[in-house]
Write a protein of this length. Structure first.
Length: 364
């Protein structure tokens, strides 16, 4: 083995292969071409060194597998309501809010904002424990824009939230990219050193025409800059996108994923569009309906998005929830397990995994 080859192997080993592999690679007599072949097999088997979470059943990195791998226990979110509003509701940047969003600020299953955080947490925890009696918790500020308040108010809420239970392992905060001023970013950086922070950022689409139609009231550069600012401070970022927004094509939805790949993000939530009562979009649809995605359309698009998504990104969800009494359409979205099962079946039939298209067709 030449010095350059030896240096190459040491660099890979330093990256963190398991002990068995390290021992194998360190045998001086092992021919270089055999080492390279072994590394190639190892890479294909593990897909991503730190995220070897795919298997025969799930051909993508699921959040459940990731948390079980990281914490060795079930981890579930407790959605809290801090009583926030949004900057595109209160006039800070716009009025009316996102046209798809419910009056509960997409926190339809969060706690009651009129109750103290402790009461909200305990009530939802009790419901969770009916299904899982042992695990860790993530305190999740979900409804509306959860950084849209003075810093002192944020500190008050966040500091309380991380002490609600000794088994809380993370604080997750849903917000918009235009609601992260410098003082809030600096505080989150400090808090992240005491309790892991995860920021969930709404993107929905990269396409300006759609974004204007749904009244997002921020541009793509604003989103990209917010991701960079958070990652500069070592804060984990999870991106939300919506499939089936009015007049978007499959190609447009895949372009959104391709853009997400260019950003330093750690997780993604892919939602289908829900048309709900008491929303502007729901009202517009009932007045003048447009074609919606069928279950088959959604599965086809989402599978391709998974194949284009970088392998290191954790998929937090592939479906969404809407209160049954408020849902106008599409009604197939009520069957969450049917949706995920169909996605799993198609990936298995294709014998493809998350990121396969990205690695095959993207020039790195």
């Amino acid at each position: 083995m030449t010095l350059n080859q030896e240096s190459f192997i040491k660099k890979i080993v330093k990256g963190g292969l398991d002990k068995l592999v390290v021992n194998f690679l360190n045998i001086p007599s092992t021919p270089f071409h055999i080492i390279i072949s072994y590394l190639d097999i190892y890479d294909k088997m593990n897909l991503v060194k730190n995220m070897n979470l795919m298997n025969h059943e799930k051909h993508y990195n699921t959040l459940n597998h990731y948390y079980r791998h990281k914490y060795q226990k079930k981890v579930y979110k407790i959605p809290l309501n801090g009583g926030f509003t949004c900057p595109n509701i209160d006039g800070t940047v716009a009025t009316g809010g996102c046209t798809f969003c419910s009056f509960m600020g997409s926190g339809d299953f969060a706690g009651n904002k009129r109750e103290p955080l402790k009461t909200q947490f305990e009530n939802i925890k009790e419901m969770m424990q009916m299904k899982w009696n042992d695990g860790y918790y993530i305190a999740y500020f979900q409804a509306n824009t959860n950084t849209h308040a003075p810093l002192e108010r944020l500190k008050e809420l966040y500091e309380e939230a991380i002490t609600l239970d000794p088994n809380i392992v993370m604080l997750s905060i849903g917000t918009r990219p235009d609601s992260l001023p410098l003082d809030v970013l600096d505080y989150l950086e400090d808090l992240n050193k005491r309790m892991p922070i995860q920021i969930e950022l709404g993107l929905q689409t990269i396409h300006e025409k759609t974004s204007d139609l749904i009244n997002r009231a921020h541009d793509l550069k604003c989103f990209d800059d917010a991701v960079k600012a958070l990652r500069k401070r070592n804060i984990e970022v999870v991106v939300h996108v919506i499939n089936g927004l009015p007049y978007e094509t499959k190609e447009m939805m895949i372009e959104t994923i391709k853009h997400v790949n260019t950003l330093d993000i750690q997780g993604i939530k892919i939602h289908m569009l829900h048309l709900m009562e008491k929303t502007k979009m729901g009202y517009d649809y009932k007045k003048n309906p447009w074609p919606l995605l069928s279950l088959e359309d959604y599965v086809d698009i989402t599978v391709d998005q998974i194949l284009w998504l970088r392998k290191d990104i954790i998929i937090h969800r592939l479906t969404g929830d809407a209160p049954s009494k408020m849902l106008i359409a599409p009604t197939w979205t009520k069957k969450k397990f049917v949706v995920t099962n169909e996605i799993d079946k198609k990936l298995r039939a294709l014998k493809l995994y998350q990121g396969d298209y990205y690695e095959k067709y993207t020039h790195h």
